[in-house]
Write a protein that binds this ligand. Structure first.
Ligand SMILES: *[C@@H]1O[C@H](CO)[C@@H](O)[C@H](O)[C@H]1NC(C)=O
Ligand SMILES: *[C@@H]1O[C@H](CO)[C@@H](O)[C@H](O)[C@H]1NC(C)=O
Ligand SMILES: *[C@@H]1O[C@H](CO)[C@@H](O)[C@H](O)[C@H]1NC(C)=O
Ligand SMILES: *[C@@H]1O[C@H](CO)[C@@H](O)[C@H](O)[C@H]1NC(C)=O
Ligand SMILES: *[C@@H]1O[C@H](CO)[C@@H](O)[C@H](O)[C@H]1NC(C)=O
Ligand SMILES: *[C@@H]1O[C@H](CO)[C@@H](O)[C@H](O)[C@H]1NC(C)=O
Ligand SMILES: *[C@@H]1O[C@H](CO)[C@@H](O)[C@H](O)[C@H]1NC(C)=O
Ligand SMILES: *[C@@H]1O[C@H](CO)[C@@H](O)[C@H](O)[C@H]1NC(C)=O
Ligand SMILES: *[C@@H]1O[C@H](CO)[C@@H](O)[C@H](O)[C@H]1NC(C)=O
Ligand SMILES: *[C@@H]1O[C@H](CO)[C@@H](O)[C@H](O)[C@H]1NC(C)=O
Ligand SMILES: *[C@@H]1O[C@H](CO)[C@@H](O)[C@H](O)[C@H]1NC(C)=O
Length: 346
């Protein structure tokens, strides 16, 4: 900003033609080059980072890049003046390479083997062998080099319900698309992931892995993990994302039990208790009694407590209900002392 203002103030005292010449030649004006690149990029140390980059020369500057014999791209580190990281004219540069075709205004650049000391802001300058020099001082990319790769992102499409196919997505950034991470899943069931390298809206790349499986109530509270394995030299660096599955399911393993479990005599209290596993929790329990070939609801509580009378013996069962459905128990026999039940315990 300071440099730009200096330029303008200085140029005001000069002939208009000089202004153009001065500003263009020193590459200081923000109006002579417009670059498009991500604002930030995270890279993993000891691997490459491919920076998508494109530029435009504003109307009014009659420079034909397709015919320019020598077009150089220059990366400036930290500041817009003089901190030249590299000049694309230097072939065999070990720091990086402009892989985009500058004649097509593509300044896509690969920085090789980055280390944490690369973490900085970078500006792009264009130089057509001294004819035209411009730096976009308004636009920079902040490259952050970290030793451990970023955690991949996991997203779930839709509700997780038993029996309903579930799709899980895992994204991992691929700053060095030539050596993208491999994504692996740890799932409670077998499933084949579909992986692809894709382009993000800012033209950076990421790997997307999708798995689909049919969850069962047995998968509730189980962990699923997506692991991104980044090749780094001869070894790998990994980052993972774990989440716990919360599967919605109707009551399962519905069990009716009687306490005490031994035959009771008339006048004693017994508890009939209904238990099950369900997600979300059960909202309604209903106890049924089977008597004389008829089934009648007798209570709508989890524990049905009764003071036993002569007519209470016989088979009972319970139902548990949540918003996912109903679970029904097998029958249990309330046995009275000195009497034989009509049914055997089921
Ligand atoms: C640029 O200059 C060339 C010749 O100098 C001319 O033919 C062309 O029309 C000009 N283009 C623009 C966009 O002014
Ligand atoms: C720019 O160049 C890179 C590297 O060659 C390429 O992958 C990318 O597709 C190019 N971008 C455009 C917009 O052509
Ligand atoms: C770059 O683009 C120009 C113009 O489209 C083309 O003539 C040239 O062959 C390209 N260079 C490379 C190395 O692809
Ligand atoms: C990156 O560094 C490793 C060892 O540090 C080296 O073997 C490799 O050639 C380097 N790659 C590039 C592209 O410079
Ligand atoms: C980049 O290299 C070219 C060719 O050697 C040179 O003409 C140009 O001045 C250099 N640019 C910068 C900013 O160093
Ligand atoms: C990944 O998730 C984090 C936070 O959860 C978010 O900031 C980031 O933008 C996500 N990245 C992608 C590529 O979706
Ligand atoms: C599931 O992952 C959480 C952390 O995300 C961990 O605390 C928990 O122990 C894991 N559970 C199992 C069964 O591995
Ligand atoms: C790195 O990961 C790849 C694939 O995930 C695997 O084939 C390879 O054996 C791993 N290399 C090392 C050194 O662990
Ligand atoms: C029945 O349940 C009640 C309340 O849970 C408890 O206090 C009582 O001891 C139980 N009786 C029997 C016989 O299990
Ligand atoms: C479940 O119980 C609630 C109140 O506890 C009642 O309003 C609702 O009608 C019951 N639903 C069924 C299906 O029995
Ligand atoms: C069962 O009998 C006890 C006394 O023995 C009494 O307090 C209780 O209210 C009775 N319960 C029912 C459901 O009749």
């Amino acid at each position: 900003m300071t440099t730009k203002r200096t330029c303008i103030v200085f140029c005001l005292h000069l002939h208009i033609g000089m202004l153009f010449h001065y500003c263009v030649n020193f590459g200081l004006s923000s109006n002579d080059l417009f670059t498009t690149m991500p604002e930030t990029m995270n890279a993993v140390s000891d691997t490459c980072v491919q920076l998508p980059c494109a530029f435009q020369i504003p109307d009014g500057h009659n420079i034909s890049f397709s015919s320019a014999r020598n077009v150089y791209g220059i990366w400036l580190k930290g500041k817009t003046d003089s901190n030249i990281l590299f000049n694309s004219s230097n072939t065999g540069n070990s720091l990086g390479k402009i892989t985009g075709n500058l004649s097509e205004k593509n300044c896509t650049t690969v920085f090789f083997n980055v280390t944490t000391s690369y973490t900085n802001k970078y500006y792009f300058r264009i130089d057509t062998n001294g004819q035209y020099r411009a730096t976009d001082i308004e636009k920079s990319v902040t490259i952050t080099v970290i030793d451990s790769p970023e955690q991949p992102n996991m997203t779930v499409l839709g509700d997780i319900k038993e029996g309903t196919p579930l799709s899980l997505n895992c994204f991992a950034v691929a700053p060095c698309p030539g050596h993208p991470p491999k994504l692996k899943w740890t799932l409670p069931t077998k499933s084949t992931p579909v992986n692809k390298l894709q382009e993000n809206p800012d033209r950076t790349k990421s790997v997307l892995s999708t798995v689909t499986f049919i969850p069962s109530y047995l998968h509730n509270e189980k962990n699923i993990t997506c692991t991104a394995v980044y090749p780094v030299g001869m070894s790998n660096k990994t980052a993972e994302h774990t989440r716990t599955l919360h599967v919605l399911f109707s009551p399962k393993n519905t069990l009716a039990s009687i306490s005490p479990a031994v035959p009771v005599s008339v006048g004693n209290r017994v508890n009939l208790t209904c238990s099950c596993t369900a997600n979300p929790p059960v909202t309604n329990y209903t106890w049924f009694r089977i008597s004389g070939g008829e089934t009648k609801p007798v209570a709508s509580r989890r524990t049905y407590t009764l003071n036993v009378t002569v007519g209470d013996g016989g088979p009972y069962y319970c139902e548990a209900r949540n918003d996912q459905g109903v679970g029904k128990s097998q029958e249990v026999e309330l046995a009275l002392e000195g009497k034989t039940g009509h049914h055997l315990i089921g």
